[in-house]
Every structure is written in structure tokens, then in C-alpha cells.
Design a protein around this ligand. Structure first.
Ligand SMILES: *Cc1c(COP(=O)(O)O)cnc(C)c1O
Length: 339
């Protein structure tokens, strides 16, 4: 059931995929071991449909929009181990839509687990039709051409962008911003920062747009993103643009200040989907001290960034930092060889 939100999101069509607010939990053992700030997690990995993850919040609005347009088919794009593609396939199954995935071999990993296990195994279980493209292919162009072909046969096709990060998709994380502020108020605490991975940037953009809207009447924490996809300067500009487009949907008079979007690219390593030592350490540390799992492509690198910030005193004793756990567990099985 969609959560009550002060952001007037009820006017946007929404297909229910999540159960309600996800818990905020303290990481007492990890925080004690690190010393310094207290780390909390927002358990967006617990939204369970299709193996769970952050894309479900966006897909509520995306599938809602697709249905409102009378779509019978949804097509989206991503890398071979895309969590977004997997969750689009699951949401489409749930909604009774055909699903096609245009997946590229963008990430230079060629072992069997990467090519066939993890997300890609689940995509086929959900009944999605998979188009397997080389790493340098333009997936969105391919998707649009495929959509045109299907439309010529009388199908009604909804094309969903990379990461589901259209402004409408980002509304899912504007709603999450309201959820976080409401939960923090109920817990009687405030957070000094909310930390997230930045892939296609939609989660961060939505959170920033939501916090900007809420910030007119309440205290809201800054959002700090760690870039995992590519150049951080480009990611910051794209995320700011997306945050403003999302804010426009919430309220045409709303403008997101430039400084509200911060993307740190220092933990990306050699590129998207390429493991780093910091990621391996972060995944192992969270698993072995708290029994919690983050993924190697997004959460692992963002958590490496947070660990670095705590260890270098960016966040101090007595401060509270909220890390959004975004799911992506199937990715761990695809990255067996990286561990
Ligand atoms: C997609 C994804 C992200 C990043 O979200 P964006 O909106 O693309 O920036 C983070 N974590 C996981 C597990 C994801 O699948």
C-alpha cells in the first residue's frame, strides 16, 4: 500500500509493488567497531517483489504510467546484470504486461556466473524476452526501434529509460524522502546525512527533489551520493537536472539549489561494475559485523565511500548517518569470482 505522503503524489497513477515504509535500523556493532558517527540503514532491500531492491519504488509510478497509457508491453534497457531490468520483468509479470529487456555486455566480465547467473537467471524466470547486445551498442536506440516494430503490429509499448530514472520514476524516491522525514520525526531523531549510491542518478534525484519540497516546512537532511556509473562531474549535473525535472512534477514553482546535489566519484574505481578492494571490504564488513548484504556494483562502492568518510572524520562522534540499502543481492551470485 502506498504510504501517506505530504507531497500530494496521489494524482500520479501508481501500481502497488511495495508493502509500506521500510524499516530504519541502527548498526550498533559496526558503528562501535568503526568509532565516530552512528550508522543507520534504511532497508529498501526489504521491498521483496522479484528479489527486491530500490527500483520497485520507481516502478510503482512507471508501471502506473504505462497502465494509464493502455500499454500491453514494457521495454527497458541496462547492463547484463541490471537489477532494474530484473525488477521491471518482475513488475511486468505482476501487472500482466509483456516485458522485453535490451541488455548490453557493457561490463568487462565474461565468466559464466556473470553471463548466466544472478539477475539474468531471474529475468528469464519472470518470462522476459531478452535482447543480448554487445557492450558498445546503443540500447535505448535499439529499444525504440523494437518498440516501433511492435507498434506496427498493433502493440502498445511503454519504453522505460535506464534505471527507470525518468522524472515520473524518480517520484518513487521523492515519496521515500517523505517516508524518511516522517520516520525520523517519529523516532525523535535527525540525520546529519542520507548516503546513497548514484548509478543512473534517479534515486538521488528523487530524494533531493522530495527533501527540497519538504524542506520548505521541515528540517531535512542533506543527500550524499557516491557515483558508481561514470564521471562524477557529469553524474552530478545529470542528477541535478533530473532532480529539477522531478521537483517540477511536485510543484512547478519548486527549484532545487545546485549545492543540494553532491556526487563523490572517488570510490568508482576503474568503472561501472568493475570490482574495487574498497567494495570487497565494505561488502565483507557489513556481512560479517551485521549479517547484512549489499551488492558489488552499487551498495558496495557507496558503503566503501561512507566507511572512508567516517574513518577520515567527515562524520563525527554523536552524528547520525543514514545509508539507504538498495538491494541487488542477485548481483553477489554473478560476482562470485570477485570474492
Ligand atoms: C539501480 C541501483 C542503484 C542506483 O539507483 P539509481 O537510481 O540508478 O542511481 C543502487 N543500488 C542498486 C542495488 C541498484 O540496482
Amino acid at each position: 500500500m502506498p504510504t501517506a505522503s505530504p507531497l500530494e503524489l496521489a494524482r500520479f497513477p501508481r501500481f502497488p509493488l511495495i508493502e509500506g515504509p521500510t524499516p530504519i535500523q541502527p548498526l550498533a556493532r559496526l558503528s562501535q567497531q568503526l568509532g565516530g558517527a552512528d550508522v543507520y540503514v534504511k532497508r529498501d532491500d526489504l521491498n521483496g517483489l522479484g528479489g527486491g531492491g530500490n527500483k520497485l519504488r520507481k516502478l510503482e509510478f512507471l508501471v502506473g504510467e504505462a497502465q494509464a497509457r493502455g500499454a500491453d508491453t514494457i521495454i527497458t534497457v541496462g547492463a547484463r546484470q541490471s537489477n532494474h531490468a530484473r525488477l521491471t520483468a518482475a513488475a511486468a509479470a505482476r501487472a500482466g504486461l509483456q516485458c522485453e529487456l535490451v541488455l548490453t555486455r557493457l561490463v568487462p566480465r565474461h565468466d559464466d556466473d556473470y553471463a548466466e547467473n544472478g539477475n539474468i537467471l531471474l529475468d528469464s524466470l519472470f518470462g522476459a524476452h531478452i535482447h543480448d547486445l554487445p557492450g558498445n551498442a546503443n540500447a535505448l536506440e535499439f529499444a525504440e526501434a523494437r518498440a516501433a516494430g511492435l507498434r506496427a503490429q498493433g502493440r502498445n509499448v511503454y519504453v522505460c529509460p535506464l534505471g527507470g530514472s525518468s522524472p515520473v520514476g524518480c517520484l518513487g524516491y521523492a515519496a521515500c524522502a517523505a517516508e524518511i522525514v516522517t520516520q525520523a520525526e517519529a523516532l525523535g531523531m535527525s540525520f546529519d546525512a542520507v548516503v546513497v549510491p548514484n548509478g543512473s542518478g534517479g534515486m538521488q534525484a528523487g530524494l533531493v527533489a522530495g527533501m527540497t519540497a519538504l524542506g520548505r516546512s521541515r528540517a531535512t537532511p542533506p543527500i550524499v551520493g557516491y557515483g558508481v556509473y561514470g564521471d562524477a562531474v557529469a553524474a552530478q549535473a545529470a542528477t541535478l537536472a533530473k532532480a529539477n525535472q522531478t521537483a517540477q512534477l511536485l510543484d512547478p514553482s519548486l527549484r532545487v539549489p545546485d549545492e543540494a546535489v553532491v556526487v563523490d566519484g572517488a570510490h568508482l574505481g576503474e568503472g561501472y561494475g568493475i570490482p574495487t578492494d574498497g567494495m570487497r571490504r565494505a561488502v565483507r564488513l557489513l556481512a560479517s559485523t551485521e549479517g547484512l548484504l549489499i551488492d558489488p556494483v552499487y551498495g558496495g562502492k557507496a558503503f566503501a565511500g561512507l566507511l572512508h568518510a567516517i574513518e577520515t572524520g567527515v562524520y563525527r562522534t554523536g552524528q547520525r548517518v543514514l545509508f539507504v540499502m538498495t538491494g541487488g543481492l542477485p548481483g553477489l551470485y554473478a560476482y562470485r569470482s570477485a570474492f
